[in-house]
Design a protein around this ligand. Structure first.
Ligand code: C2E
Ligand code: CA
Ligand code: CA
Length: 681
């Protein structure tokens, strides 16, 4: 401590608590008082005995003199002390109230030493004497505590009422009784500290007590253990402050800073800390850990269609499910909006991570029930491995995120491990994103048409419009690659409008040329289906080209519907009401619930190419296709088989009464001019 009175190193001050220690030699009149901290709570203005007296209130001077010069006990030992309360004017001109205690130094009976304790209400800034006449307790914030081993008594002076609950400014308590108030977890802590001969000053030991009503309180204990020259204990003197409010606020703050408020799982900051600790600990050995990032595929949509409250409840439910899925050692955190992170320490192989990712994806196959709503969602997952994919949190996160992005652009509802090709792939995605922004303006996009052939008469009944992009920078880019990216950037809206216009203009052309018995199908993305302007756009464009909606068919996929069944069905019904027919695309790749067929407003069902490919060799596939066709016919739904490439497939499909086929066997998708002649007049 940087005392002004270097020769009195023992004199300590309790910083900021309004207490200081003094020492007085009655022979030499030397008086030292530690007031090194010149803040307002300190009892400043005392540097020598005369100066002290000069500032004592005139009413109290003679009592104060008696107090310093004498001591009221006849037999002098460590337990002898005297106390006084007096009024005093400090350096700031404030009249404060001091509680003082005096003890005779047994090694030198000419020396008195003790404490001053400012018991004025510090909030009371007034110089007005009037405040001193106020209730005693009101003037005191904390408790001054003195114990002495010889008498076994602990004395509490001050705000006993608010802290201990006993309504008395001074309480003397038997040491053993006192222990009863201390919370059991802290008794040992205190005794170890006190019995440690090397420690004497305590700067704020925080412990829990129970007041007389049994109410838990946090106190801070500052002070000094007094010891004999041989280190043996004499007693403890110090100050108690009620810190319950701060402590509780701190505990809450700690909670807030470690946990996510909404879900109660940990937050990013906490996970980061844990991962960084893990990395530091395991840098040298062979341990591996995995960071998994989980992103909901359609959260924005859930929020938009069911409202934010439901969105919040959904996020909560997801957190709950993730906790259920994970094991104790795994740490879950909410990363933000609809993203979660899981850290798996000490993985033994990638299978651990795969298992986890599969468990999560699997859980999302079932609906979540949130306030009467049946909500379907899927997740995209990216993972990175320490130390292979990164040696700090940020790097692991960046790479897991990149992997997740790839999982999304590969069609969502899947997981992806990070690898260094992914950085490459990501670059490609960015280039595609950039290219897509200008593709329409530059005229790089066009539509090709693939005939759909009716099996009962071998005639072309229409076409499917398929989008093509020939980018200046990237050459031909497959729609499988760019459509998902156009969806995430919402560029699919203008692009989809472009396709619609192309289709309408071709219909117009065909009608003008005298064709009448055909439909042109176009693929609709989920983003378009969710777009509120969709129905109007359809109306406007059809009016613009002056064509009937009966020539248009839209193709949608099951997975688009599952995500928000009711809302999407509503949108579909509106389109259907216009007179447009609806085809369910890629049947068999998604949820493929035959049950749904009865609930969907569809006219056509398109069996996915994978079944058609399998059909010839695989008995099961054949059975499925047959059954789908039969059931569809019962429901009045026509069936299209996609990806028909060989005559055997055509023959077989004919034999099981499939209505329409589409595939390379008849024609690849081609520019309009090349397919017109396939249409019968
Ligand atoms: P899809 O709707 O299932 O389209 C059928 C895909 O199968 C087309 O690929 C087509 O060229 C291909 N295909 C047709 N017959 C055969 C065959 O016999 N064998 C093989 N191996 N493939 C065949 P494409 O044109 O590359 O389109 C891929 C996907 O991109 C489409 O799948 C569709 O989901 C999406 N897409 C294409 N155009 C659009 C569009 O204008 N809007 C939207 N939203 N999506 C589109
Ligand atoms: Ca299609
Ligand atoms: Ca398809």
């Amino acid at each position: 401590m940087n005392s002004k009175y270097e020769n009195n190193k023992d004199v300590i001050s309790f910083k900021g608590i309004g207490a200081s220690e003094w020492r007085f030699n009655i022979q030499s009149n030397e008086f030292f008082c530690n007031d090194e901290v010149y803040n307002k709570e300190q009892i400043t203005g005392i540097c020598c005995y005369n100066n002290l007296l000069k500032n004592v209130h005139c009413d109290d001077v003679s009592r104060v003199e008696d107090f310093f010069k004498g001591i009221k006990y006849e037999s002098i030992n460590e337990a002898s002390f005297d106390e006084i309360i007096f009024k005093f004017r400090n350096n700031y001109g404030e009249l404060i109230k001091i509680f003082a205690r005096s003890i005779i130094n047994i090694e030198n009976p000419n020396i008195r030493e003790g404490y001053f304790f400012n018991i004025s209400n510090v909030l009371e800034k007034s110089n007005n004497e009037g405040f001193l006449s106020k209730n005693r307790e009101e003037l005191i914030k904390g408790i001054f505590i003195v114990t002495n081993k010889y008498d076994g008594i602990v004395s509490f002076y001050g705000n006993n009422k608010d802290i201990i609950g006993l309504d008395n400014i001074c309480i003397n308590m038997n040491f053993n009784d006192c222990i009863k108030y201390i919370h059991k977890d802290y008794i040992k802590e205190i005794s170890t500290l006190i019995n440690n001969p090397t420690q004497s000053i305590y700067e704020g030991l925080e412990i829990k007590i129970n007041d007389i009503y049994g109410k838990e309180k946090w106190i801070s204990l500052k002070g000094r253990v007094k010891r004999n020259s041989d280190g043996s204990l004499i007693g403890f003197e110090g100050y108690i402050d009620d810190i319950t409010n701060e402590k509780e606020a701190n505990i809450k703050l700690k909670y807030i800073s470690n946990y996510d408020e909404l879900t109660g799982v940990h937050n990013r900051g906490y996970l980061k800390q844990i991962i960084e600790d893990y990395i530091t600990k395991h840098k040298e050995n062979e341990s591996r850990g995995s960071l998994i990032i989980i992103d909901l595929d359609n959260f924005k949509f859930i929020n938009d269609s069911y409202g934010h409250r439901c969105g919040d409840l959904f996020i909560e439910a997801v957190a709950y499910e993730l906790e259920k899925i994970s094991e104790d050692k795994e740490l879950i955190c909410r990363f933000g909006g609809d993203e979660f992170l899981i850290f798996i320490p000490n993985i033994t192989s990638l299978v651990d991570v795969e298992k986890m990712a599969n468990k999560i994806i699997h859980r999302f196959k079932d609906a979540f029930y949130i306030e009467e709503n049946e909500i379907y969602s899927t997740v995209s997952i990216g993972t990175s491995i320490f130390p292979d994919d990164g040696v700090d949190f940020e790097e692991l996160l960046k790479n897991a995120d990149a992997a997740m992005y790839i999982a999304k652009s590969n069609g969502k509802n899947q997981y992806q491990f990070f690898n260094y090709n992914i950085s490459h792939e990501l670059n490609k995605i960015y280039t595609i994103q950039k290219g897509l922004r200008t593709a329409l303006d530059k005229g790089e996009m066009f539509v090709v048409f693939q005939p759909k052939v009716e099996l009962n008469n071998d005639k072309t009944g229409g076409f499917e419009a398929l989008l093509r992009w020939k980018s200046e920078e990237l050459g031909f880019v497959s729609p499988v690659e760019f459509i998902p990216i156009a969806e995430t950037t919402r560029l699919i809206i203008p692009i989809g409008n472009f396709v619609l216009e192309e289709v309408c203009s071709k219909i117009k052309y065909l009608l003008k040329e005298g064709y009448d018995n055909f439909k042109i199908a176009l693929n609709l993305s989920e983003v378009q289906l969710r777009d509120r302007t969709l129905v109007n756009t359809f109306k406007t464009v059809m009016e613009m080209y002056d064509i009937s909606p009966k020539y248009i068919e839209i193709e949608i996929t099951e997975s688009m519907l599952m995500k928000s069944f009711d809302k999407n069905i509503e949108a579909l019904l509106e389109i259907k009401a216009l007179g447009v027919s609806i085809a369910l695309d890629d049947f068999g790749t998604g949820y493929s619930s035959l049950n749904y067929l009865t609930k969907l407003p569809i006219d056509v069902l398109k069996i996915d190419r994978s079944f058609v490919v399998d059909m010839i060799d695989n008995h099961k596939s054949r059975c499925i296709v047959e059954n789908i066709i039969q059931l569809s016919h019962k429901l009045g739904i026509k069936v299209v088989a996609e990806g028909v490439e060989v005559i055997e497939q055509v023959d077989y499909l004919k034999s099981i009464y499939c209505d329409i086929v589409q595939g390379y066997y008849y024609s690849k998708p081609q520019v309009f001019e090349n397919v017109i002649n396939m249409l019968p007049r």
